[in-house]
Design a protein around this ligand. Structure first.
Ligand code: NAI
Length: 334
């Protein structure tokens, strides 16, 4: 099967070329993102491979269908950027990588928690300037605090495991409680109790119409003063303007983000010689108690290898049987 690989970065190419030695697929690595202007680049290919910020809306899918594309392979877990109804109508199969390294994202989540608490980002620059004052770097013991985990799937479970290791009480919220989380010592509560009782709140649920702006002004008002909020899932789980107000009022004590609502225009590109056009993002990065990373939680050697292997496996499976275990269901399972 011929694959048009959109939005290629050097690291994608390296990992896919290495793993493809065992598969022998024909892959055309393309730099542009998939969107309405670039769809024509998929002419002559039966499959396209895309990432989190490529556009797979109705118009793009219609164009892909016209030029003979039958498969869209997402090299990520989330599929909120795909119009699943349009894909179903057009007979295009969508596959994803349901799990490539839940450890990678969980460990990055905890990296943000620790760095924000102990102000590692500020200490690093001070020491490089021979400023050895520790004034202003005061942290707190994580041991004994209450961590609230929203979404207890593969990643959330790993975060629970680590936070229990620190000696935290863990509260969890998920419409589908997971006995494994309870076995790890987490206690399921409703969202309001999680918000009002947690010192650290970490989001590990997908972006859906129900979870959009899960953290908004109303949610923030329920939280403890000085709460730490971490989002390594999807940007739009958090209402960015509401958290900026929360930071200005001191309601939020610490904010760690690996994802951002409007990240599509920013992340994964070197924009260091450009003027920042996103005023909301610019404001976010002025706070000393905010740490933003550019959607890198997944980015470990292990995860890249697993992404390439699972994606090429799915494409081969689809080619052989016309279906695939990792296909995203177009309709919710009944
Ligand atoms: P998963 O599918 O294993 O678990 C998600 C859990 O969220 C499920 O238990 C589900 O029942 C729960 N959930 C669904 N709606 C909810 C709601 N409204 N409130 C609370 N819980 C809800 O997914 P996994 O692998 O743990 O990934 C979680 C999220 O992490 C993904 O949806 C994705 O957005 C994000 N992610 C981010 C990465 C990064 O590099 N920053 C990389 C990979 C995933």
């Amino acid at each position: 099967m011929r694959i048009a690989f959109f939005n290629t970065k050097a690291y994608d190419r390296r990992s896919f070329e290495e793993v493809n030695k065992a598969f022998g697929a024909t892959i055309e690595f393309l730099e542009p993102r998939l969107d309405r202007r670039t769809t024509a680049l998929a002419q002559g290919f039966e499959a396209v491979c895309v990432f989190v910020n490529d556009t797979v809306d109705e118009a793009v899918l219609e164009e892909l269908s016209k030029i003979g594309v039958r498969l869209v392979a997402l090299r990520c877990a989330g599929f909120n950027n795909v119009d699943l109804k349009a894909a179903e109508r057009l007979g295009i199969t969508i596959v994803r990588v349901p799990a490539y390294s839940p450890h990678a994202v969980a460990e990055h989540t905890v990296a943000l928690i620790l760095a924000l608490n102990r102000k590692v980002h500020r200490a690093y620059t001070r020491v490089r300037e021979n400023n050895f004052s520790i004034d202003g770097l005061l942290g707190f013991d994580i041991h004994g605090l209450t961590a609230g985990i929203v979404g207890t799937g593969k990643i959330g479970l790993n975060v629970i495991r680590i936070m229990r290791g620190f000696g935290c009480d863990v509260l969890a919220h998920d419409p589908y409680p997971n006995p494994e989380a309870e076995a790890l010592g987490a206690r399921y509560v409703d969202k309001d109790e999680l918000f009002s009782s947690s010192d650290i709140i970490s989001l590990h649920c997908p972006l859906t119409p129900e979870s959009h702006h899960l953290i908004d002004e109303i949610a923030l008002n329920k939280m403890k003063d000085g709460v730490m909020i971490i989002n390594t899932s999807r940007g739009a789980l958090v209402d960015t303007r509401a958290v900026i107000n929360g930071l200005k009022k001191g309601k939020i004590g610490y904010l760690g983000l690996d994802v951002y609502e409007e990240e599509g225009d920013l992340f994964f590109e070197d924009l260091s010689d450009k003027v920042m056009q996103d005023d909301v993002f610019a404001r976010l990065t002025t706070f000393p108690n905010v740490m933003v990373t550019g959607h890198q939680a997944f980015f470990t050697r292990n995860a890249l290898e697993a992404i390439a292997r699972t994606t090429l496996n799915s494409i081969t499976e689809f080619q052989k049987s016309g279906s695939c275990l990792n296909a995203v269901p177009c309709k919710p399972a009944s």
